[in-house]
Write a protein that binds this ligand. Sequence first.
Ligand code: GTB
Length: 215
Amino acid sequence: MTITITAFEKSPDRGQGLARDMRVRWALEEVGQPYEVRLVSFSALREPAHRAIHPFGQIPTYEEDDLALFESGAIVLHLAQRHAGLLPDDANARARAIAWMFAAVNTVEPPILDLQTTRILERDKPWYEQRLPLVQDRIRVRLSELSTRLGDARWLDGSFSAGDLMMVAVLLRLRPSGMLDEYPRLSAYVARAEERPAYKRAFDAQLAVFTNSLG
Ligand code: GTB
């Protein structure tokens, strides 16, 4: 069984690990599965060959024998269900971990994406300066709620799970904004995750794409 994922040939984040192949790489490292990476250009994303795997022309994708998947959350869930290490054995705990995965992409990530869209695409609009704090405050509501729920626990629900992996991957997108620093418990939570050997291997692998392309 060979696993192949796709990632940006030239990531706009210059190797900061913010693109969504990072969460898939991290999950693969957590479950100990070797993988290959097909690097794609922005123009290749639009080609029929890539669209056949990803209907929206994005990265990451995942191919394994005759299975092709898109959507980072679905890929991480597939890996977590197929291999030990990212979901608890107890059925209820497993369901809760999956709920945290959905919370990451469906509740916490949308306002964070909104901030990035605002900053990149709406900066020249006359209402930009008024809209920005509104968007930031919507993020703060979620961060505050998440921080309260996490409390002094190491992970969201018992042992580290795919729920933590997805949540941390989402929170990391906020790092350039500095907003995470307003929430010491969340900052510590993210830092704990970054200390995981699997995270470090995944981060180094995606960074190598960028540093190698410089040479
Ligand atoms: N819901 C999908 C998933 O979770 O897999 C979203 C996939 C997605 O948005 N992919 C982006 C993409 O392919 C890359 S990750 N975009 C190209 C396009 O749509 O044409 C998003 C991303 C890009 C760049 C940075 N960055 O530079 O910091 C961070 C995140």
